[in-house]
Design a binder for this molecule. Structure first.
Ligand SMILES: [Zn+2]
Length: 335
C-alpha cells in the first residue's frame, strides 16, 4: 500500500480534543471481566491469530512465485477447509507487474452461508513486498521483507475469525477473501502509480465469483497491518468518504468493547489499498490500517523494512481488531 497524505493538523487537533472523552468512555466500557465477556460475541483469541502469523512468517517471504508463497497459499486453503467453510474458491491467475514481471497469483475466498443474499466481505492481502524500500542500504532494500504485520496480520485475524464461524454461524452471509499481489507496486517517483498496486484485488473485481443476479456484499472491511506495537487505527480518509456508516459502526463497536484506545474516532491519512478497487467495483469498503503511528505520523515504523517480523507483533492490537470485527459481523441481521 502507499501513503497518499493526511490532514495532520486537523487530525492532531481532533485527537487532542477527544483525549479526555476517550478516557471516560474507556472506563465506562471496561467494566468487570464478566461484563466485558457479556458484550463479546464469539471467542476471538489473539494467541490463535498470532500463531497463524508465526506460521506464515515461518514460510519466509510470500512474494508471488516464491517457495514461501506457494506454502502459504496451501496453508490458507487447508486452514479454511479445516475450519469447515461452506465453500472455498481458489482463483489462480497470472498478472503482469509494473516492471514487467509475470506473477502467478492466487486469490482465495471462503464463504459462509453462500446462498444468503445479504452478505459482507472481509479481506486481507496475503502476499508480502519483494523489497524493503525503507531500509538504508541498497543491499538491504533489495531483499524481500518477512511481512509479519504487512500481510501476515490481516490473514491471521481472518483465519481466527474463520474458526469462530465454525463454532457460531453468522446470521448473514460472509465472504473471507485473501487477495494476492497487493504489495508489488511502484513506490518510486512523484506519480501515485495507483494501478500498480493491489493486482490481486484488481483481478478479483474483474472476475468476481458472484452468480448472475446475486447481490454483491453490502460492504467490505479490509484488514491491513493490524498487528503493530501499540497500534492505533484512525479512520482512513477514503473509508470515511466511501463507507461513512460502516466506518462509524466499526469505531462505535470498538468503543463498546473498551478498545477506544486502539480505534481512534478521528480522521487519519489517505491510502492506496485494496479498498479503493472494491469501491470502484460497487462494494464500499473500510480499510482498518494504521496511518497516524505515534512514532512516524504515518505507517508503523516497521513498514517495508526487515523489522516487520514477529518481534513487532502486538497481541493486544490483534485482539482489539479481531474482537471488534467479529462483534460487528455477529450483530448484522439478515433483513
Ligand atoms: Zn505493504
Amino acid at each position: 500500500m502507499k501513503y497518499l497524505g493526511a490532514l495532520l493538523t486537523m487530525c492532531l487537533g481532533l485527537a487532542a480534543l477527544s483525549c479526555g472523552g476517550n478516557r471516560t468512555a474507556n472506563a465506562a466500557a471496561e467494566g468487570t471481566p464478566t461484563e466485558l465477556k457479556a458484550r463479546l460475541m464469539g471467542d476471538f483469541r489473539a494467541d490463535s491469530a498470532y500463531a497463524h502469523i508465526e506460521r506464515q512468517v515461518s514460510f519466509g517471504p510470500r512474494v508471488p512465485g516464491s517457495e514461501g508463497h506457494h506454502a502459504c497459499r496451501n496453508y490458507i486453503i487447508n486452514t479454511l477447509e479445516r475450519y469447515a467453510a461452506d465453500t472455498v474458491i481458489v482463483q489462480d491467475a497470472e498478472v503482469t507487474a509494473f516492471n514487467g514481471d509475470r506473477l502467478p497469483i492466487t486469490n482465495i475466498m471462503a464463504s459462509y452461508n453462500p446462498d444468503t443474499q445479504r452478505r459482507i466481505l472481509l479481506l486481507a492481502h496475503w502476499d508480502t513486498r519483494p523489497w524493503a524500500d525503507l531500509e538504508n542500504t541498497r543491499e538491504l532494500r533489495e531483499k524481500p521483507i518477512l511481512g509479519a504485520n504487512d500481510g501476515g496480520s490481516g490473514v491471521g485475524v481472518l483465519l481466527e475469525i474463520a474458526r469462530n464461524f465454525q463454532l457460531i454461524d453468522p446470521e448473514i452471509g460472509v465472504d473471507l477473501l485473501f487477495v494476492d499481489a497487493e504489495d508489488y507496486g511502484n513506490s518510486t517517483g512523484f506519480v501515485e502509480n495507483t494501478e500498480s498496486w493491489c493486482l490481486g484485488t484488481q483481478y478479483w473485481t474483474e472476475h468476481m465469483p458472484y452468480k448472475e443476479g446475486k447481490l454483491l456484499p453490502a460492504y467490505g472491511v479490509l484488514l491491513d497491518m493490524v498487528g503493530g506495537k501499540d497500534a492505533r487505527f484512525h479512520q482512513e480518509m477514503f473509508s470515511i468518504q466511501n463507507a461513512p456508516n460502516v466506518t462509524n459502526k466499526i469505531w462505535a463497536e470498538a468503543a463498546i468493547l473498551g478498545y477506544d484506545d486502539v480505534f481512534i474516532p478521528s480522521q487519519g491519512g489517505a491510502v492506496t489499498d485494496d479498498h479503493i478497487f472494491l469501491h470502484k467495483a460497487g462494494i464500499p469498503t473500510v480499510d482498518v490500517i494504521e496511518t497516524v503511528n505515534e512514532h512516524t505520523g504515518t505507517f508503523p515504523p516497521t513498514w517495508h523494512t526487515h523489522a516487520d517480523n514477529m518481534d513487532n507483533i502486538d497481541k493486544h492490537s490483534l485482539e482489539a481488531v479481531g474482537r471488534t470485527i467479529l462483534n460487528v459481523v455477529y450483530k448484522e441481521k439478515n433483513s
